[in-house]
Write a protein that binds this ligand. Structure first.
Ligand code: SF4
Length: 426
């Protein structure tokens, strides 16, 4: 969601005559679009602001702005704490960025704006997309779930779904602009439409979007297990262009910890959903997020998480050590594990998941898969990089004119986190 917002901010600036500049020392405006889900992001930002201070001393006209969740959470006090800052704007103020920038340029004063109406819409703003053939489409914003560890509902506000008509029109226009793959975004896409009267639900929206001609792939993130239903799996199973990849945050395999996290599903319900996905789409890939070291997690709770990981056979997992966020309910929970215990659990989890990821990728050796070529490989610029419908990264040798196209490759080597393929010439 933050990356998508960044594309919007870049689009606004491009429309105002600015150009993207990679080298910070050459920039006239530097904008930090921040995330505050984990505490380490705050630390990184404050470190970067120290570097910017030196830059600003050399170049006093440089404008430095902070937006996003951290700005929403800390508010105007950032301007006092960091005198090198010129503009602070909240998560609901992106559509006002152009105005705020003009105010700063015209008046020379520091500018701060933090509106909190929930139904802000940024879809009509210009966008500077990283790749012309890929686009994110936000279908909803905010979240009503209040998981006890999460700051998002406090900084992004209540759930607010966009009208299905608007979303469909936006996607049609994107395809006219050359987009062939879209990723639908929402904190909890499965609850799409529940805050609107007489609108489509999520599977109905997927079905409608999958009928748009020229569109080749549709992805969606993130699914919440408590709202997920078989109807969505059925629609994906029956569609050629809906990608068979489900990102399904588990967070913990212990029912006690899930309850403390206010996740509102049990380990058994979660595994049942996974079984249903594999039953209806045997080649589906399922990825997840897992938090280790939640304050109330015991060793026995952690073993339950390992048990779910073993049974669910995730293709990959984003694993985190619990990061306390002030303002959330979990900040008041007594932490019963030492840092060493948390680190130990974390590395056992990573080892287990890496083995499972490797095993699942090994199974793909020899298979022919369609991939959408996105770019050169980050590790080896002589290779291209693309993704399968199941969201697996495949590197292969090929000409740069394949970027933006769907090609067929034969998988010849499997690593835990990526695959190597050979281009099939028809
Ligand atoms: S579902 Fe829970 S973890 Fe996800 S954004 Fe909402 S409150 Fe945060």
């Amino acid at each position: 969601m933050n990356k998508h917002d960044s594309e919007k901010i870049a689009g606004i600036l491009q429309d105002s005559g600015f150009q993207y500049e990679k080298d910070l020392s050459n920039a006239d405006i530097i904008i930090f679009n921040t995330c505050t889900v984990r505490e380490s992001a705050d630390g990184r930002l404050f470190g970067q602001l120290g570097n910017i201070k030196r830059l600003k001393e050399e170049k006093p006209d440089l404008i430095v702005a902070i937006g996003g969740c951290l700005a929403q959470s800390y508010g105007g006090k950032l301007l006092f704490q960091f005198p090198q800052l010129d503009i602070v704007f909240g998560t609901h103020n992106i559509n006002r960025f152009s105005y705020l920038l003009n105010e700063r340029i015209k008046s020379g004063n520091k500018v701060f704006e933090l509106k909190s109406e929930d139904n802000y819409d940024v879809s009509c703003l210009p966008t500077l997309r990283e790749k012309p053939f890929l686009a994110w489409v936000s279908i909803m914003r905010g979240c009503n779930n209040f998981c006890s560890y999460c700051i998002v509902p406090y900084v992004r506000g209540k759930q607010w779904s966009r009208s299905a008509y608007e979303i469909i029109e936006e996607v049609k226009n994107l395809t006219l602009d050359g987009v062939i793959e879209i990723t639908l975004l929402g904190q909890n896409v499965n609850s799409y439409g529940k805050d609107l009267n007489d609108e489509m639900n999520f599977p109905q929206l997927l079905e409608k979007l999958s009928q748009i001609s020229k569109l080749k792939r549709i992805r969606f993130i993130t699914s919440h297990p408590k709202d997920f239903d078989n109807e969505t799996v059925k629609v994906v199973a029956e569609s050629e262009i809906l990608c068979n990849h489900f990102h399904f945050p588990l967070q913990s395999g212990s029912n006690k910890v899930l309850q403390d996290m206010n996740r509102r599903y049990t380990k058994e319900q979660y595994l049942k959903l996974i079984d249903e996905i594999y039953r209806m789409i045997p080649d589906a890939s399922i990825t997840t997020d897992i938090i280790v070291g939640f304050p109330t997690e015991t060793e026995e709770d952690f073993l339950e998480t390992l048990d779910v990981v073993e049974k669910a056979k995730f293709d990959s997992a984003f694993t985190f050590i619990y990061s306390p966020r002030s303002g959330t309910k979990a900040i008041g929970f007594k932490d019963i594990s030492s840092n060493e215990e948390k680190m130990n659990r974390f590395s056992r989890l990573v080892d287990k998941q890496t083995n499972i990821s490797q095993m699942k990728n090994n199974y793909l050796i020899g298979k022919n898969l369609d991939i959408l070529v996105e770019d050169f490989s980050k590790k080896d610029k002589k290779m291209l990089m693309g993704r399968t419908k199941t969201n697996k990264i495949v590197n292969f040798k090929g000409d740069s004119n394949l970027i933006g196209k769907i090609v067929n490759v034969k998988i010849i080597l499997a690593k835990a986190h990526y695959l190597i393929g050979e281009l099939k010439i028809n």
